[in-house]
Design a protein. Structure first.
Length: 411
């Protein structure tokens, strides 16, 4: 099998996902990804015409993010017309899935230079903008498996695992503090580039806009749980509440303790990222030095009501393929969709928490759905180099009960 090398990664800062208020909210998502493509090309000096494909993750593929965003971003970036683009949606893992699909093309020997990544403009297209809900409105499926909203699933995980409000708030506070250190020490500088106004060229955003280094334990404790009212909502075609539907699947729990808030859940942001992959033939022919290689990748399904517990089995699957154990991984990036997710994954895999999300995560920095996975891979690689370490595992939970994991190794 051909090795898939990582030549470089770049990303935008994450802008607050508030319409008309976030620094990136006036930038069309195609333009946001186009700037990411051009930054990657400028930094690495590759022949754009040599790119076999551009693979981009994007979750809300409607309106401005519809119409095959990847291909339109290639055109917006003024790349050669021969360069193709494809846009995919595997919910929150879309950016990492784009990397994995690109790597598979290289490993199969069919492609030699692939640009992967993703984009999401959550200020312009909010969560659920496609109107499909969790199950696409399929009533037949809904009678088989009623998928409750993810916030209720996260609170169910916390309840089953015995995570208290203090536990999830403490994790969130640590995320904010680690992100503050990372920003102060410019740990994201290698991958980060400033986003400019497409018309004027003026710099719009140079650093992540969401983190709140002033966050305190008292401030977090004062926030109201986000999903109490949602859990008490009755479904339109029945008498059960959403909480009751989740409890029917998990009868060992008498009630769901709602512990997640705006402060210990992922932030809503805009952002884009790109990862440049190449084959060994390309690396040799061009005389370029790769930064890392893809050791293994995996996806796995899990129970769809609790929905968010698949990162641990996905990591185990990927690690088995690499002939590795959790203890062989130097750094972990576990997406902080909700604080209970990384806490459950850490417990399930027996990971040293000091190796996890060492520069903070989505609670502090934000979660631009289609781009996050590619951003996390770049963050992990930059930090491996900064610390002189070798291996990292990147994993995300996925709506509908799925997980994804990718193992990378510096070269």
């Amino acid at each position: 099998m051909v090795t898939a090398y990582i030549l470089d990664t770049v990303r935008t800062p994450r802008g607050r996902g508030k319409a008309g208020k976030g620094a990136l909210s006036h930038v069309h998502p195609q333009e946001l990804f186009a700037q990411t493509l051009n930054t990657l090309a400028a930094r690495n000096g590759f022949d754009r015409a040599a790119v076999d494909d551009v693979v981009a993750g994007c979750v809300s593929q409607v309106g401005e993010q519809g119409a095959n965003l990847a291909r339109n971003a290639v055109l917006a970036a003024d790349w050669p017309l021969e360069v193709t683009g494809v846009t995919l949606n595997r919910f929150c893992s879309s950016g990492l899935q784009a990397v994995n699909f690109g790597a598979l093309g290289v490993m199969a020997g069919q492609q030699h230079l692939v640009v992967t990544g993703g984009v999401e403009s959550m200020s312009r297209l909010s969560l659920g903008a496609d109107g499909a809900g969790q199950d696409g409105g399929n009533l037949h499926l809904r009678r088989k498996v009623f998928q409750v909203p993810q916030g209720i699933s996260a609170d169910l995980i916390a309840t089953l695992e015995g995570f208290t409000r203090e536990d999830v708030d403490a994790f969130a506070l640590a995320s904010q503090r680690k992100a503050a250190v990372a920003l102060a020490e410019s740990r994201f500088a290698r991958s980060l580039f400033p986003v400019r106004d497409p018309e004027t060229g003026a710099v719009l955003l140079e650093k992540d806009e969401l983190p709140r280094p002033e966050t305190t334990a008292e401030g977090l404790a004062g926030l109201a749980p986000s999903f109490v009212a949602l859990g008490a909502t009755r479904v339109p075609d029945g008498d059960e509440t959403l909480d009751a539907i989740a409890l029917r699947r998990y009868p060992q729990v008498q009630e769901i303790r709602h512990v997640h808030t705006a402060g210990n859940s992922s932030g809503i942001v805009d952002g884009a990222a790109a990862v440049l992959l190449a084959s060994e033939d390309y690396v040799r022919a061009q005389g370029v030095k790769p930064r890392a290689r893809i050791r293994a990748m995996a996806t796995i399904g899990s129970e769809p009501v609790i929905m968010l517990t698949a990162p641990a089995p996905a990591c185990r699957k990927a690690l088995r393929q690499a002939g590795m154990e959790p203890g062989d991984i130097d750094l972990w990036e576990i997406n902080e969709a909700f604080a209970a997710v990384p806490l459950q994954t850490i417990r399930e895999l027996g990971i040293d928490p000091e190796r996890v999300n060492v520069n903070g995560g989505a609670i502090a920095l934000g979660h631009p759905l289609g781009a996050t996975g590619a951003m996390l891979l770049g963050t992990a690689l930059d930090e491996l180099e900064r610390r002189g370490l070798g291996t990292a595992c990147i994993t995300l939970c996925i709506g509908g009960g799925q997980g994804i994991a990718t193992v990378i190794e510096r070269v």
